[in-house]
Ligand binder design. Structure first.
Ligand code: HEM
Length: 420
């Protein structure tokens, strides 16, 4: 067969990619009639790929590595330095096992109870207001619940600041200019605050329940009996509380979908079976844009579908484009939960990959998927069965060139009453 370079989309694509956002990679694929093309990102030669087959290739760890793959600007904001995202092989498996040990059903139930509790506390305030912005409110509720769940003591006064800093990390990774620098500052400050707590705990100055993530990470010892450096513990704790707060976006998208699709509302309210609700939650994760793409590095020269992959080259897997790939999904840009009735469980390996693909234990796939599903489910329960509210006139546009996406207004609701 051939042994060609993949088709060239453009010499440099950083600017057009930032301008069009989530649909950019797919649009180039459509234009060139391919699922794989090359260009440069920040002047670095890069291969872009999308679709189920490309995802399967991307998760072949003989061929791709995550070591030194994330751009510095993301490590300084979203991910942190030395965290699990950049580990490979045995080091990754060990660290991943630690994360997965926190995801038992009983620990997830505990988190849901904490979210319920903090939501309930906040409800009086909601009922007393003319209106609230749901995205902001959920960020704060989830921040308090996540910190309690981790065993990170949050003084009441610090809680709003912590939530704001986590949101800056979530939103500042892809930003440029002042917002990006605010995001870096937020990470430094939050890591330093956690470092103080970790040192105090190591000195025996305060106690934390050993089942909580804080103690799990600080007390961890590797095969040689060595603990994780304090800085890494801080980074990994942020790798738990930051994405829990980020699930606020999916919760808002679920409420938005309920608002924009009255038929979905009726089915969620009246269908006895839990199938529809499960499919609705999956469709929220498939349809709405969130994590745009992943970066890796080619491990060794190889050829795939006649195209040459060169060792050391940067590779980008388009998550959004894979979830919206018209070769795989019928009417991908329609919100249609019933599509999952026809799907096999296998769809979640490489076709439906909003939180990464392949296996949780051996690959980088998100260990927070079960928490994410449970939190979206909780939002549906609240908004279908426990709250009455109005949705005043507002701009609910979800701009596809804003990463991470959100409805412009943040979703304002008014006249809020608890039903029970
Ligand atoms: C990894 C998305 C929620 C913790 C990832 C990855 C994606 C992702 C795309 C990368 C997968 C890869 O590199 O192959 C999301 C989205 C979420 C979410 C869209 C919803 C808001 C969570 C939650 C947690 C979490 C709730 C923790 C409680 C992590 C960690 C990793 C990760 C620790 C790194 C895993 C590794 O490198 O092995 N997530 N995630 N995420 N996620 Fe999530």
């Amino acid at each position: 067969g051939r042994n060609d370079e993949p088709p060239l989309a453009s010499w440099e694509c950083t600017y057009p990619l930032a301008r069009s956002g989530y649909p950019y990679i797919s649009a180039q694929c459509e234009r060139l009639g391919t699922n794989l093309f090359r260009s440069r990102l920040m002047f670095k030669k890069t291969l872009f790929m999308r679709g189920e087959e490309a995802a399967e290739l991307f998760y072949d760890d003989a061929r791709f590595s995550r070591e030194n793959a994330a751009p510095t600007r993301l490590k300084k904001t979203l991910f942190g330095e030395g965290g699990i995202q950049g580990l490979e092989g045995e080091a990754h498996h060990q660290r991943k096992a630690l994360f997965l040990s926190l995801m038992s059903q009983s620990r997830i139930d505990e988190l849901m109870q904490l979210v319920e509790q903090h939501w309930q506390l906040r409800l009086n305030y909601w009922e007393a207001q003319a209106s609230i912005t749901l995205l902001d409110e959920l960020h704060h509720i989830l921040c308090r619940a996540a910190c309690a769940w981790c065993g990170i003591p949050l003084h009441n006064v610090d809680a709003p600041e912590m939530a704001e800093q986590l949101v800056l990390m979530i939103e500042g990774g892809a930003a440029i200019g002042p917002k990006h620098w605010a995001s870096r500052r937020a990470r430094r400050q939050t890591e330093n605050a956690l470092l103080d707590l970790i040192k105090q705990y190591r000195q025996g100055l305060h106690e934390v329940d050993p089942v909580l993530p804080f103690a799990t990470f600080v007390d961890f010892r590797d095969a040689q009996g060595k603990p994780l450096p304090n800085r890494i513990v801080a980074v990994e704790l942020l790798n738990i509380i930051r994405p829990i707060v980020a699930v606020a976006r999916y919760m808002v998208f679920a409420v938005l979908a309920i608002h924009e699709h009255p038929d979905c509302y009726e089915k969620l309210k009246h269908q006895g079976s839990s199938h529809y609700r499960r499919h609705f939650i999956q469709e929220v994760r498939r349809y709405y844009p969130f994590f745009p793409f992943l970066a890796a590095r080619v491990n060794a020269d190889f050829t795939w579908q006649g195209y040459r992959f060169k060792r050391g080259r940067q590779a980008i897997l388009d998550l959004y484009g894979t979830n919206h790939d018209a070769q795989r999904w019928e009417a991908p840009d329609q919100f249609y939960p019933e599509r999952f009735e026809q799907e096999k469980v296998d769809v979640h390996r490489f076709a439906m990959i909003p939180q990464g693909g392949s296996d949780h234990a051996t690959q980088h796939r998100c260990p927070g998927e079960w928490i994410t599903l449970a939190l979206i489910d909780l939002a549906i329960e609240k908004f279908i069965h426990q709250l009455r509210y109005d949705v005043p006139c507002q701009d609910l546009t979800v701009d596809l060139n804003v990463i991470p996406a959100r409805p412009r207004s943040g979703f304002i609701i008014s006249n809020i009453h608890s039903i029970n």
